[in-house]
Design a protein around this ligand. Sequence first.
Ligand code: GRF
Length: 194
Amino acid sequence: MPRKRVAILISGRGSNMAALIEAAKDPAYPAEIVLVASNRPDAGGLATASSAGITTAVVDHKQFKDREAFERALQDVLETNRIDIVCLAGFMRLLTPWLISRWDQRMINIHPALLPAFKGLDTHERAIAAGAREHGATVHFVVPEMDSGPIIAQASVPVLPNDTPDTLAKRVLAVEHWIYPQALKAIAEGRATV
Ligand code: GRF
């Protein structure tokens, strides 16, 4: 079976992106990363992707008059690159149903919490403040409601007594890098569907 063509959308440092790129170096992995696109020209992950020999694109949302124009440009880039699956990895723009419906069951996201707990931002800080004993990460299909959508993979980590948002984030990030490649593999092989 041909490997699925994957685009990763980022806005920042791209450590999850790097984990996916690393996994996809294995010829037996069912997906190849053919494109990394960022809405921010200064995203650190763009350089990492280029040095791995991956095509990069910047679709800077600030250059468009509205969300629709931005998403049309993004969709064009994805279509031009004949993308099968889109992975959001620290992509900090909310997408509209217009774009999301075009990627039904073919767009996934990683969120740094055990969904449905702690949707949104500052998840580590909020988990500590809530007195959570466990925290973690979730890979899920993208649906129009933010940080919702069927769950594909989750991993939990303990919250330790002296944790700060930073120490907890580091522990969670380690499991993010572990579950995201597994979740993409499951989808690329058609083993995870809704
Ligand atoms: C990760 O914690 C991810 O779960 C969240 O944003 C962060 C991105 O980190 N959505 P990176 O850019 O993958 O290093």
